[in-house]
Design a protein around this ligand. Sequence first.
Ligand code: BDR
Ligand code: CA
Length: 307
Amino acid sequence: MAIPIILDCDPGTDDAVALLLALASPEVSVLAVTVAGGNVGLDLTLANALALTALAGSRVPVFAGADRPLLGVFTSEPRVHGTDGMGGVVLPKGGAAAPGVAADAIRGILRDAAQPVTLVGIGPATNLALALMTEPAVAANVAQIVLMSGAWGEGNITPAAEFNAWSDPEALAVLVACRRPLVFATLDLTAQALVTPNRIAAWRALGNGRCLRAACDIQANVPPSIRLGLAGSPLHDPCAVAWLIRPALFTSRPGAVQIDLGPGPGRGRTLIDRWGVTKTPPHATILETLDADGFFDLLGHRVALLP
Ligand code: BDR
Ligand code: CA
């Protein structure tokens, strides 16, 4: 049976592929797409999510959510994603957003769900945190929370912090505190998922549908990562979705996660204890290794199924 999920995102060049992967995969059933500002402002992330779902021929409801973190100021990441969030690739305009706001929609789905729902968070955690903070009882209907967030090593937006965690650390801390099973796809994992010209060429050879073409065109415009020695650009967000679809592509280890909420240079850092040194009982699954060729093969073949 398909795993029911809510996909909370901020598209975003890698969110775009994650969204297409989820919509193309029978292992998951996307109940709603909820959107926050993140990689670019909410006006653009929402338009991008609507364009992508329309491109995929999906009627999944898309809800607008938070345009800023719980605390502090909004900061975008146009260096990686372009000023439009899609690496400059213009998609046909999508439909209208569903009425209401993301946190309400998440609470409503969880409240009414016949079976527990998996929350997949691939942007700043604000929408998911707002939903769980304002009606804590719905957490009982959360099967697990699968996040692209954090790092056990170096960050990408500061030396200490990964972009999603740093964008709203308080929201991430709410998720960590809610006592549901957590899964972390961190920067250390996604560094193994490098988009290269060869991998894009292999995708292009799989078909000529508009979704596959868009995924390739968008990824072709993401600059290779200086942090990773220009070996390619990490395809972060699809890792979280792919773990639900094909967990055998990954290895993992239990761990305990704390978030640095201080105001200093460590703000947003995820302190991930994989070795039990803090004696904190593990409450999260930390994804550690990825079969990258299998991952890119899965992504290409799935997105090629879409129009
Ligand atoms: C995360 O931040 C965003 O730039 C990406 O979409 C991904 O969710 C990687 O740090
Ligand atoms: Ca993202």
